[in-house]
Write a protein that binds this ligand. Structure first.
Ligand SMILES: *Cc1c(COP(=O)(O)O)cnc(C)c1O
Length: 385
């Protein structure tokens, strides 16, 4: 992997692997201890025993460490962990006033689209769903609607569309809109949207950041901790209490140590699978930004200099029945939703979303894990034949 990004005097790979090099000050432990207490005692004169520890909703050292590692990895000014990706998205959206305007990218993660539609209807917020990977279309929409907030997802799930973050950031700047980028499919080691002008980057840390399919978490990071919107998000998290617990934060930090290594292997495996599928007689189309035939391959290479990630979709020749047959024959790929874990997963999105969202019935989405490539390609080969 070409990790050229340094934070201070170290590459982000080194910082993530060493969890910022933190040693437990009490014992010298190279792994941080789990502090489970929710409250912290005071001295007889009522002063705090530790000035940094009063009540666990805010004062959780493991949450602080996880936030610090991810904030540095994104090259951000500040970052906050949430109990899930959706909780992070909800915290951002709640900053938009009643009667305001939001643009979200169309055909993205279905959970986002569904929640934002309901939220905007309840709050009398005008919602426009625009295909942000078409730069001229999103520029025109920003100009016409003058939104408070623009939310893009790149690469998008399950279409693998790539949005030009720099161009959209510029258009947002012109109308004072906040640009939020869901960078879940890329992870902080493959792409840093703030460097291209996004105001806030969002992750479902449930996916590759944790990487072991055993923690739900979300993350937001900002380019400007003093901005009004970030202050509102920080206050909302503090006052409304959307925090993760000590054990989840500990697992997250443990999982993150191998994030650079996992993303490297996943990207390598996904690339080989994309090439295999691209040449297969039973396959109609492969959607993967690493392929030279992907319409935004050049842009993806610019925005994701370290690899193209684990998410990949392909369309089989045939209908829903054919696609479901292929899914049912897979053995190494497990039939389950989610992505970014060490184990490879397969998902038939049309079975989940139906006709309403436009996902083709012959589309199969893969989350490529870190298993041996021959076993993964062998499994796909037997399922397709
Ligand atoms: C999974 C996912 C989310 C939601 O995150 P949760 O942790 O499941 O709440 C948001 N965006 C994308 C792109 C996702 O894949």
């Amino acid at each position: 992997m070409v990790d050229k990004q340094k934070r201070g005097n170290q590459h982000i790979t080194t910082r993530i692997v060493q969890a910022n090099g933190v040693i437990d000050p009490q014992t010298g432990g190279v792994v941080p201890p789990i502090q489970s207490s929710t409250t912290f005692a005071r001295n007889a004169d009522y002063s705090q025993i530790s000035p940094d520890h009063l009540y666990a909703r805010d004062d959780n050292d493991l949450v602080r460490l996880g936030e610090d590692v991810l904030t540095k990895a994104e090259g951000a000014d500040a970052g906050l962990l949430f109990p899930s990706g959706m909780a992070a998205i909800a915290a951002v959206m709640r900053t938009v006033p009643n009667g305001g305007t939001i643009i979200i990218q169309s055909q993205i993660y279905w959970g986002t689209t569904k929640w934002v539609r309901d939220f905007c209807a309840r709050r009398k917020i005008a919602l426009h769903e625009i295909e942000c990977s078409e730069t001229a279309a999103i520029e025109a929409a920003i100009d016409a609607h003058k939104p408070n907030l623009v939310f893009v997802e790149t690469p998008s799930n399950p279409w693998l569309r790539i949005t030009d973050i720099e161009a959209v950031a510029k258009a947002c700047g012109g109308v004072d809109a906040t640009l939020v980028v869901d960078s879940t499919a890329a992870s902080p080691v493959l792409s840093n949207p703030l460097a291209f002008g996004a105001d806030i980057v969002m992750h479902s840390a449930t996916k590759s950041i944790n990487g072991h399919s055993d923690v739900l978490a979300g993350f937001l990071a900002t380019a400007d901790a003093q901005s009004e919107i970030w202050q509102a998000i920080a206050m909302d998290r503090h006052d409304a209490g959307a925090v993760i617990g000590s054990f989840e934060a500990w697992l997250l930090i443990r999982g993150m140590r191998t994030l650079p290594l996992r993303m490297e292997r996943m990207s390598e495996n996904a690339m080989k699978i994309a090439e295999f599928l691209d040449g297969h007689a039973q396959v109609e189309a492969v959607l993967y930004p690493g392929l030279k035939t992907h319409p935004a391959h050049a842009l993806a290479t610019k925005q994701m200099p370290n690899g193209f990630g684990s998410l990949l979709s392909f369309q089989v020749k045939g209908d829903a029945k054919t696609a479901l047959e292929v899914c049912s024959k897979l053995e190494t790929f497990k039939r389950a939703t989610s992505l970014g874990g060490v184990e490879s997963l397969v998902e038939h999105r049309h079975s989940i979303e139906g006709d309403a969202t436009g996902v083709p019935e012959n589309l199969i989405r893969l989350s490529v894990g870190i298993e041996h490539i021959d076993d993964l390609i062998g499994d796909l080969n037997q399922a397709l034949s």
